[in-house]
Each structure stands twice: as C-alpha cells, then as structure tokens.
Ligand binder design. Structure first.
Ligand code: SAM
Length: 185
C-alpha cells in the first residue's frame, strides 16, 4: 500500500467559489496526522504557500518531534513524525516521485465532481495497491476546480445525497481512510 495524504490550504474555494488561501489550524495538523498514522499512510503533507504559515507548522512539528511534547505524549510524536509541510501540491508530488515514483492524484469533495465520474472506494483501493497515490483534502469550501480538474481521479463524496453535508475535513479524512482501509468486521 502506498498512500499519501495532503491537506491543501491553496488553491481552495471560498464561499463564493473564488480561489483563496486558508490559514492552517493546529487541530487539523494534529487530527489528520493521528488518522494518517492509524491507517499507516506513508506521509501527510500540509500544503501552504505562505512562509509564515510554514513556520507555524514547523514550530508545531518541532514541539512534538523533539520538544517537550514528544516527551509528554510519545504517541503524538509518532503521529506527527510522518507530517511534512510543503509549499504546493506540486512539491508534495515531487517528494513522492523522488521517494518511489510519480504518484496518481485523487481529489475529494462533498459534491460529485462536475463532468467526470466519481471513483468508488474499491477502485481507489486498487490504485493504492498498484502504486503511490496522493489523496487531496481541501479546507475552506473545498478544493479549487483547477486542482480537481488536474487530479487523476475524484473519490465519491461521503453521503452526497444527504440533506446536510458539511463534514469537517478532520471527520471527512477519517471516514475516507476507514472506507479505504477500515477493518472489515
Ligand atoms: N463544501 C466543501 C466541499 O465541497 O468540499 C466542504 C469543505 S470541507 C470544510 C473540507 C474538505 O473536507 C473537502 O475539501 C473535502 O476534502 C472534505 N470533505 C468534506 N465533506 C466531504 C464529503 N461529504 N465527502 C468527501 N470529502 C468531504
């Protein structure tokens, strides 16, 4: 299995659909790192082009990798050890390419993709078994259209027909990982 995940802060949409850059939140860094480690994701990329935000992420990682946090909660340190901050999705793709070859990119979203068929989780699982895949999660109001269009596939939304569909990215990432690799009881 060779899955990577990326939490994308640019390019993402705002409420009006314009392309914006969102701020990194500490909770997202920690929560997705814990989910990624639980499902044995190879690396978790936090994507932000803003230098000050990159510094913030590096400070969080430093605290939990070698600082007092690593001594206080070693399990958290282990989760964050797989987290990396990169300036763009392209940089994340390049990091995977250097490690094991060019990855395929899978986008996610709360609504079915426009003009293309949403991918079933079984097919997503097959891609991951065949070679490296980066699974993109958005912030704000979702991944920008340009990023979704560039992706090699778009995973089917969670509960697209539900009347209320406003999962946090933390919940959506956990559900998605469990649908891909969850325990089949
Ligand atoms: N309305 C936004 C959208 O269409 O994606 C929800 C944004 S939500 C705050 C941030 C991210 O969580 C999304 O970009 C997507 O990666 C994930 N997400 C949220 N709801 C989801 C759903 N129902 N199915 C799959 N992913 C979802």
């Amino acid at each position: 299995m060779s899955l990577y995940i990326a939490l994308v802060h640019h390019p993402v949409k705002d409420r009006e659909g314009a392309t914006v850059t969102t701020a990194v939140t500490n909770l997202d860094v920690h929560d997705l790192a814990r989910s990624a480690r639980t499902y044995d994701v190879v690396s978790y990329f936090v994507v932000t082009p803003i230098a000050a935000q990159q510094d913030l992420v590096e400070r969080i990682l430093e605290h939990w990798r070698t600082g007092s946090g690593s001594r206080r909660i070693p399990e958290r340190s282990e989760a964050l050890s797989r987290c990396r901050c990169v300036p763009s999705v392209e940089a994340a793709v390049e990091a995977v390419r250097e490690r094991e070859g060019a990855p395929r990119i899978l986008a996610t979203g709360a609504k079915p993709p426009v003009g293309r068929t949403a991918m079933a989780y079984a097919e997503g699982r097959a891609w991951i078994a065949q070679g490296p895949v980066i699974l993109l999660f958005g912030t704000g109001h979702g991944l920008a259209r340009e990023l979704v269009d560039r992706a090699d596939g778009v995973l089917a939304p969670i509960r697209p027909g539900a009347g209320y569909n406003h999962l946090s990215v933390r919940a959506a990432a956990a559900i998605t990982l469990d649908r891909l690799f969850g325990d089949t009881v």
